[in-house]
Design a protein around this ligand. Structure first.
Ligand code: TTP
Ligand code: MG
Length: 404
């Protein structure tokens, strides 16, 4: 019985995150020593060292000057927060497909409680594989995932086989995994704590687990007892979700640049259908629709349109997205390497009164509901929305902006 299996928590942490995004955007960096961070001439520090640079002793928070001395061949790049946030949002959007219980810890890591997702999506390990695969396929990056009965163990697990790791700590295996680990891996044990435990001859989780609580309390106070509980693998803190998904999007990089705008229009229909379905599943509506295109020369542009009213109706989102693609094509009909669409300015969809005077809206809602239902039962290949070609009279022209 699944209900008797206890909690299943995932901790997902992207590998060498800032450096990985730089490699993604510039494949010539793959396999190289990359340092992302402040200016080596000044007092800048390293935000991310690529794994190649870590082999030379470089690491986060180290003065950039020191890192460059250790690894003189390293390519030093400035931090591009906006771009990392964009990629982070794509990754978090994948998490939210598997569970609404996503607790972000930083730009590149989160806890996911998938206890309630298992009936539909498989056990924790299968969900972890699904998430790693989707991040790899859709974003092009590697993540390390830990699967365990609680947050502490999941976080510990995600670190054990980095990079590109997947580590499961089953409930019945906690002791075997934890006991041999060095005490430095324990949350909240810094160098000072390590020294105190060293004096008590405690160097591993196993030794801490078996230590006398009286001795621990005398030496470290309540903290000693808390640490002992962690060393036993006990942690009942809940995953506290951050409901504020800021955008839901979908994009596709083509194997070969595509200059057939009918074909691009068909891809757009698929993307909008998927995004609209995710909005409805998350009970959200979007005010802004964004089109993203990358041309053969790697120049990326986005165009946005703000709708009069937030929606999650496929046809309304599609009209906006088609309008943006049409406007792009009229201006610059070049072949595309990437096409994507996204929605933002999200609001909760519940509790709004239906609008009067919008003939056809009810029908659109019914159609979406029926298609969602069919897809959830038979998969997305079961139905395909008709693709009507040609300019759309509802195309939004207002509020479009152009950002790099
Ligand atoms: P981490 O997940 O700690 O590191 P990482 O993703 O670079 O590498 P790992 O494969 O070990 O997970 O941090 C995520 C990002 O946060 C990192 O790429 C850059 C940023 N960061 C800083 O800016 N300064 C820091 O001191 C640390 C630790 C991270
Ligand atoms: Mg990371």
């Amino acid at each position: 019985m699944l209900s008797g299996m206890g909690r299943q928590i995932l901790h997902v942490d992207m590998d060498e995150f800032f450096a990985a995004v730089e490699k993604l955007d510039n494949p010539a960096l793959v396999g190289k020593c990359v340092l992302v961070g402040g200016d080596p001439a000044g007092r800048g520090v390293v935000s991310t060292a690529s794994y190649e640079a870590r082999a030379f002793g470089c690491h986060s928070a180290m003065p950039m000057m020191t890192a460059v001395r250790l690894c003189p061949q390293a390519i030093v790049l400035p931090v591009r927060h906006k771009r990392y946030r964009e990629v982070s949002e794509q990754v978090f959007e994948i998490f939210r497909r598997y569970t609404p219980l996503v607790e972000p810890l930083s730009i590149d890591e989160a806890f996911l409680d998938v206890t309630g997702s298992r009936r539909l999506m498989g056990d924790g390990e299968q969900i972890a594989r699904g998430i790693k695969g989707a991040i790899r396929r859709e974003v092009g990056l590697a993540a390390s995932v830990g699967v365990a009965p609680n947050k502490f163990l999941a976080k510990l697990a995600s670190d054990l086989e980095k990079p590109d790791g997947l580590t499961v700590i089953p409930k019945d295996n906690v002791r075997q995994v934890l006991d041999p680990l060095a005490i430095s891996k324990l949350w909240g044990v810094g160098p000072a704590g390590e020294k105190q435990l060293d004096r008590l001859n405690i160097h591993t989780f196993g030794q801490l687990r078996l230590a006398s609580p009286t001795t621990l309390k005398a030496a470290l106070g309540q903290n000693g007892l808390d640490l002992q509980r962690l060393a036993r693998g006990e942690d009942d803190r809940p995953v506290v979700p951050d409901h504020q998904a800021r955008s839901i999007s979908q994009e596709c990089t083509f194997a070969r640049d595509v200059d057939d705008y009918d074909q691009l229009g068909d891809v757009l229909v698929e993307q909008v259908s998927l995004v609209a379905r995710r909005l409805r599943r998350a009970k959200l509506k979007a005010r802004t629709v964004t089109l993203k295109v990358r041309t053969g020369d790697f120049v990326t542009r986005t165009r946005s349109a703000t709708l009069g009213e937030a929606t999650n109706l496929t046809d309304e989102l599609l009209a906006a997205a088609r309008g943006l693609l049409g406007a792009w094509q009229a201006e610059n009909p070049s072949a595309l390497r990437l096409l994507g669409m996204g929605t933002s300015q999200l609001v909760a969809s519940g509790g709004q009164l239906p609008l009067f005077g919008r003939a056809g809206r009810d029908k659109m809602e019914r159609l979406d509901r029926t298609l969602d239902d069919i897809i959830s039962r038979f998969g997305s290949q079961a139905v395909r929305r008709g693709t009507v070609k040609g300019p759309n009279p509802d195309s939004p022209g207002e509020g479009a902006d152009d950002r790099d």
